[in-house]
Design a protein around this ligand. Sequence first.
Ligand code: NAD
Length: 285
Amino acid sequence: MSDTPELRKVAVVTGGASGIGLALASRFVADGMHVVIGDIEAGAIDGAVARLTEEADGTQVIGVRTDVASIAEVEELIETAERAFGRIDVVCANAGVETGGKFLDVDDSAWRWLMDVNYFGALNTARAALPALERSGDGHLVFTGSLAGFATGTPFMMPYCASKMAVLAVAESLEIELRAAASKVHVHLLAPGPVRSRMIDAERNAPAGIQINEDAARREAMEAFRARQSAHGLPAELVADMVADAIATGTFFVLPHFDSAVAALERRLSWIRTGEAPGTRVAGS
Ligand SMILES: NC(=O)c1ccc[n+]([C@@H]2O[C@H](COP(=O)([O-])OP(=O)(O)OC[C@H]3O[C@@H](n4cnc5c(N)ncnc54)[C@H](O)[C@@H]3O)[C@@H](O)[C@H]2O)c1
């Protein structure tokens, strides 16, 4: 990296070393932006930075080992990006994990780990990034939620659904607050269904001491999810292109599986209207 990087737009992507985050980082590099990846997997960061640096044409890519569950580490990530490039225009609160099981089979430590990463990680990222995005004059904050934020009743995925509903609530509320304040920052919510990534192996990142549920029925459901995800999951690059379009057009909802999102909302509406609880839904449908 030279001492004086060229003045360009700058993106920060959490969970940027794999899957959707890596595809977002790659798209931003292709768009001529400097990119800073924050991720918990040091080895994966090195691989991602090497790959993106090869793709880059005059832009720079930095990796910072970051646990989004720690506000101090996320603040350090944002400060590193601003120090290196002088500005931040796009921040993707994307890092996420998945763990679960039947309600009483999920240990307290697993619930807390998942909420620490998926919910508090997104919150930490937004809180740390907002002042820098305001300074940019055209800042964009992208939350990676999920179709699971609209759809309850997926067996074995209750903690994940709960975390993504919380992300949805924060993203919507923040966008409404920022519009009322005539802010220059725009919020976007990416809420995909199945996308090809390493999410199904998310428990690889569980810190020591987290009790992962090894129940056979949960394992079986997750293996079925893995098969559906690899057969029918969208390429992460396609999802990244949709996010880039949403940033360009100022669109809040980015719904790569639009019909499934609407169907999930209709299930809830029907429950409210008829009083009849819907049945369970299959993960990845
Ligand atoms: N793949 C899907 O089908 C799908 C669908 C909907 C939403 N999502 C969401 O997309 C986001 C990205 O996941 P993905 O599917 O690309 O999975 P992935 O496992 O390929 O990538 C997730 C990245 O987050 C990183 N990460 C995990 N814990 C972290 C932490 N504490 N701090 C910082 N980084 C951490 C991982 O190291 C990894 O690089 C997640 O929020 C996930 O919930 C994925």
